[in-house]
Structure formats: C-alpha cells, structure tokens
Design a protein around this ligand. Structure first.
Ligand code: BEZ
Ligand code: FE
Length: 283
C-alpha cells in the first residue's frame, strides 16, 4: 500500500474496512457507499484543497455553540425528505408522510378533545377548528390514537424559538374518541423563514435559494400496532407551496382552511383524515 494513485485510492480505503476488527454489516454497507460517493464527488468536481478546508470549516460552524444545524442542512439539500420517502413507502390509501423538521418537542401537553393549543394569541390571528378521523387501511376507526400537533405563530416563530411565547404554546396532544375522531382548536399557520443566522443561512445564500416554508400544521399520529405517521398539513392558499425551501410539500397533504359556518366559535375549519399503516404490513 505504498503506491496510492487516483485510480486505486477508493479500493484501498474500502479494503481497510474491518481490517483490524470486525465491523457490523450495515456499517460496512454504509461506509463503502459513502467512500465511493465521496471519492466520486471529488473526482467529478475536481475538488481542490482550499475548497476541502472551506467545507470542513463550514461543517464546524454548523455544529458550533450547540447550534446543531446539520438537520437543517439536510433539509435544504432535500436529504431529509428523501430519507423519509425511502423509509416510509406509502400504499394508495395510507396517509403520506413528510419531514419532521427541527421544531418538534417531546411531551406536549395532553389535552381534552376540542380544546385550543393557543395559550397566547396574536393580534389579527385567524382561529381554526381542526378535526378528522384516524383509521386503519380497511377503514376501521382507530380509537385512542394520539394526534400530536405543533405549528408556528403569526410572527412566523415556533414557541421554542420565541422568548415571548409561553412554553408549549401552539402544541398539544389529542386522543381520538371511540369513532377515531380527533379535534382541536388552533390558529391559521403562516409561511415562515427557517433560521438563517448560521450555517443554514450560509448554505441558502450559497445555493442562491431562499429559506421560506409554506404555512403548515405538523401532525404526528400514533397508535399501538401501527406505524407512527409524521406529516404536515399545508394551507392550500399559502405562498411557497410550489417553492418550499425543504421540498417537503405533497399534493395529498394540502388541506382547505374553509370559512367556519355561521355561529361557529372559530373563523375557519380544516378537516383532515388519516390512515395509518399496520406495523406488520409488508412492503
Ligand atoms: C418544519 O417544517 O418545521 C421544518 C422542516 C425542515 C426544516 C425547517 C423547518
Ligand atoms: Fe414547520
């Protein structure tokens, strides 16, 4: 191994895998593909040393000071949505998934059906009653499913990025009733810019793209014996549906925020039903 060349370096590195101690088959599979693709990338772009050092410094900035922006970088490059689609192939009648994103928080308050996630309102906000059914692929209602929801405020910020909002504002977990029905009150989400003050912002500018996301409500739906569904419901009237910075919009996830009927206690209503995949259902 004293005569490394452009031609043999890739195979030399791959041959080093597991030479000193056994490695797991999955680690071998991932590392071998990673080495081949990285080497291919360097050859294709004729990457120079200055660019390599710039890339290393950029990745350092992405992780510095607890920022942990790697998932945002993956989103901006379409990697999170690709991984999600590979991991969650969907049959015709199942609800399609999309990216989790970086704003999910565990332990959102468990709230009675129909209550509001709005702890602190905003001037001029539109309220919405969101409801629907959770079913299995045969149409059987799933009682006791948990619908975990979170969304941004009218200022475009999620509560955990906004010191002026109460803890867990616009977040909640709701259980479906015996008919598989869930319901809660919330506000109309707005389009927002993903945080661009760090490495993600650098990448956005480097790409000549933007960091806007169309208005959406995040929904995570789970029930024992079924695959947990992570998805987002988009407002059909929102800007950016056709140019989402993280490529996560799917037509089947676009919902209608309709005017509420006379006498309702919200401005709008949104109906969205979910179909979960059984855990044992083969693909
Ligand atoms: C979100 O939907 O909250 C999100 C997803 C990817 C990147 C940034 C935000
Ligand atoms: Fe979001």
């Amino acid at each position: 191994m004293r005569d490394v060349t452009i031609e043999n370096v890739t195979e030399l590195v791959i041959a080093s895998l597991g030479r000193q101690r056994p490695i797991a088959p999955r680690a071998r599979e991932i590392l071998e593909a990673l080495i081949r693709h990285l080497h291919g990338f360097c050859r294709e772009t004729r990457l120079n040393h200055t660019e390599l050092l710039e890339a290393c410094a950029f990745l350092g900035r992405a992780g510095a000071g607890g920022r942990e922006e790697y998932i945002l970088l993956a989103d901006l490059l379409g990697v999170e949505v690709l991984v999600d689609m590979i991991s969650n192939p969907v049959a015709a009648n199942e609800t399609i998934s999309t990216v989790l994103g970086p704003f999910f928080r565990e332990n959102a308050p468990v709230m009675p059906k129909g209550t509001s996630t709005v702890q602190q309102g905003f001037e001029g906000q539109e309220t919405v009653y969101i409801e629907g059914y959770v079913r299995d692929p045969d149409g059987k209602p799933l009682a006791g499913a948990i619908v975990n929801v979170w969304e941004d405020a009218p200022n475009g910020l999620y509560e955990n990025h906004d010191p002026d909002q109460p803890d867990y504002n616009l977040r909640g977990r709701f259980e479906t009733d015996e008919n598989g029905h869930y319901a809660f009150r919330a506000i109309r989400p707005v389009p927002y810019a993903i945080p661009d003050g760090g490495a993600a912002g650098e990448l956005i500018r480097f790409m000549g793209h933007h960091g806007m996301r169309p208005a959406h409500v995040h929904m995570m739906v789970s029930h024992d014996g079924y695959r947990r569904l992570v998805t987002q419901i988009y407002d059909s009237s929102s800007d950016w549906l056709d140019d989402d910075s993280v490529f996560a919009v799917k037509e089947a996830l676009v919902g209608e925020f309709r005017r509420a009927p006379e006498g309702a206690d919200t401005d709008l209503v949104l109906r969205y039903d979910f179909v979960l995949r059984r855990m044992d259902q083969a693909r």
